[in-house]
Design a protein around this ligand. Structure first.
Ligand code: NDP
Ligand code: GDR
Length: 378
């Protein structure tokens, strides 16, 4: 039985990768941070009672900023594969917490590689490093591939560029099987709620159910190459199954604007939105409603009307520096890894909207007074 350690197991990719590796027959260990309320909600379906006979999933408390903790856990587990998915992953927040971001996303990668070296596991343990299309930053050329020059545009991307190079450096200096996956944006129903896609799908559903009036966004013209996390975790695994450690770009090869994503999300619910105006005065307005579809989906049609502003711009979501255009070329992954994504942008949006609609309907039910929330401070 192969043993994997996922650092960042409680995140979006951590959850999908856990499911993927368990299906492949791995024993999966995960590193979770200590927090005052559980951060392991995405993993609930994988829990088994620790006293059961066939336990194949175990969580350990730890942190990428704590070397002693990493060394102890890795020594105890002796993993065949480590997936370093941990990080402060929000670009906007990295401008507010640059030092913490560098410590976790940059130096954290070094701590992990050093732990492998100190423990003499350089020949045994393979490491996957979660690198990112944010390394490309200021657009040099598109589509971006493994040879495109980097130009990071945020403290997050600068920290990740350290993680990228230190991974290559340890591979070359100590012959560790350490590979970078340069993954473009990937999303899912488990995506964190402050990333753009999930912010949009949640708000779209809330607006359609009459639970929210308007969605406020920043730069609507940013272009991203959006894939599905479920497809991308398979690529991570494939990268570690190669004969030789190398770096790979993982992307769909299609780019779309934030504006497009908004239209597609409302479109899933039979609501057509058109944008007009410029810059901070741009607005997304309802121009058509498919009433039959809306009724079938149980939407609150009474709350929706033509000409209603459902999207507005709030400059507070603008970033100090923006990455304008990401479009990946994953030819190398397709030919060498045999990787092929199953989701396209339309099916990604559909998956996220269907999931959020269910969640929001539950929310609506709770808000209708069918459930009394306890006030702990009465
Ligand atoms: P998430 O933000 O959903 O998950 C990040 C994970 O890292 C969480 O488990 C979080 O724990 C954990 N974490 C944060 N800080 C620390 C720390 N100091 N020590 C240990 N764990 C920590 O990210 P995703 O799952 O979307 O992405 C996974 C990785 O891939 C990240 O490193 C991200 O930067 C990178 N990436 C993501 C892409 C994407 O589009 N999703 C694209 C390219 C790269 P907690 O749950 O407690 O917060
Ligand atoms: P990104 O993802 O910065 O690409 O990083 P995010 O979803 O946060 O932003 C995508 C684009 O949308 C624009 N935008 C907004 N973004 C957010 N979050 N909120 C808004 O209200 C908003 N309005 C417009 C942004 O300016 C940006 O252009 C993600 C993360 O998962 C990283 O960890 C990862 O490395 C990269 O993807 C690849």
């Amino acid at each position: 039985m192969k043993i994997a350690l996922i650092i960042g197991v409680t995140g979006q990719d951590g959850a999908y990768l856990t499911g993927f590796l368990l299906k492949k027959g791995y024993f999966v260990h995960g590193l979770r941070r200590t927090v005052s309320l559980s951060n392991a909600k995405r993993l609930s379906q994988f829990y088994t009672d620790a006293h059961d006979d066939h336990v194949n999933f175990k969580l350990h408390f730890g942190d990428l900023t704590d070397s002693t903790n990493l060394i102890r856990i890795i020594k105890e587990i002796q993993p065949d594969e480590i997936y370093n998915l941990a990080g402060m992953s929000h670009i906007q927040v990295s401008f507010e917490m640059p030092e913490y971001t560098a410590n976790t996303d940059g130096i954290g990668t070094l701590r992990l590689l050093e732990a492998i070296r100190i423990l003499g596991l350089t020949k045994k343990t393979r490491i996957y490093q979660a690198s990112t299309s944010e390394l490309y930053g200021l657009v040099q050329t598109v589509p971006q591939n493994e040879t495109t020059p980097f130009y990071p545009r945020s403290p997050y991307a600068v920290a990740k560029i350290y993680g990228y190079w230190i991974t290559i450096n340890y591979r070359e200096a100590y012959d560790i099987f350490a590979s970078n996956g340069i993954l473009f944006n990937h999303e899912s129903p488990l995506r964190g709620e402050t990333f753009i896609t999930r912010k949009i799908t949640r708000a779209t559903c809330k607006i359609a159910l009459g639970l929210q009036k308007c969605l406020y966004l920043g730069n609507l013209s940013a272009q991203r190459d959006w894939g599905h996390s479920q497809d991308y975790v398979e690529a991570m695994w494939l990268i570690l199954q190669q004969e030789k450690a190398e770096d790979f770009v993982i992307a769909t090869g299609i780019t779309a604007t934030v504006r497009d994503f908004v239209k597609m999300s409302f479109g899933e619910l039979g609501i057509e939105v058109e944008f007009s105006g410029k810059g901070e005065y741009e607005k997304g307005v309802i121009i058509d409603i498919d009433y039959d579809l809306a009724k079938n989906l149980g939407l609150n049609i009474g709350e929706l009307h033509f000409g209603m502003d459902v999207v507005r711009v709030d400059p507070k979501y603008y970033r100090p520096k923006e990455v304008d255009l990401l479009l990946g070329d994953s030819k190398k992954s397709k030919t060498q890894l045999g990787w092929n994504p199953r989701y396209d942008l339309q099916s990604l949006v559909e998956d996220m909207i269907q999931s959020d609609l269910l969640l929001m309907k539950k929310d609506e039910y709770l808000q209708e007074g069918n459930f009394r929330t306890l006030n702990y401070f009465e």
